[in-house]
Design a protein around this ligand. Sequence first.
Ligand code: 6PG
Length: 240
Amino acid sequence: MIERIVAAQNILALEFRGRVERAARAALSARGRCVIAVPGGSVAETFFPALVEADVSWTSVDVIWCDERVVPADDTASNAAVASRLWLRHLRPENAPSVHRMPVDTFPSERGAELYEGELDRVLGRSGGAIDLALVGMGPDGHVASLFPRHAAFTTQDERRVRAVHAAPKPPPDRLTLTLSALAQSRTVVLAAFGTEKASIVRDVLDGESTAPAAVLLRQCRSAVVMLDPAAASLLDAAP
Ligand code: 6PG
């Protein structure tokens, strides 16, 4: 079942905050920990500021990344830097999450992927083996995280949770990404897309027979919410 929400971006940001609050309450009640995976891009820019006021016991939350670009930690292209700028550094120190940045600036990508794999074993090991809520954006080609169509890191079955990506079609070329398997095992996936440039891929992924990573993720995951602004939803059939 894929839930669809079409609304203005500021409304979607508040809706996402509510989803995070509910996911955290459920996870803390069930397991005492909550794992949230976040991306970069326009979804991060749009949703992160709303999380500053979220009613969440962040001290019991582990924040991990869906993907990260291989750039210096202070580079404006860094997904972790965007999260810090718009969300994490605005939280009260006494109510801050455990933040697990992908190790992209200290090791070659393959080594970084191995290290993050081990960190996720520890983090997810205390959270029932799955991410509680994974937020992903979607590129015009239907990529999610740094899983690009026809790219080696995009495989539907993968025993790994983390892969290195090279020659990515979206710059920068080198990245680390969660695998489709890791994302699909999440208890909830929230996929968000905004703008007319996403309208055709949104239609193909939701109404068509797309084999793009976003479509495969939505078909494989346990529970999905798709959040679209009216422009991104403009080519969808009227009735979901
Ligand atoms: C990244 C993101 C990536 C992003 C999509 C969509 O590191 O680039 O994690 O997966 O979500 O490329 O980006 P936009 O929403 O900015 O088009």
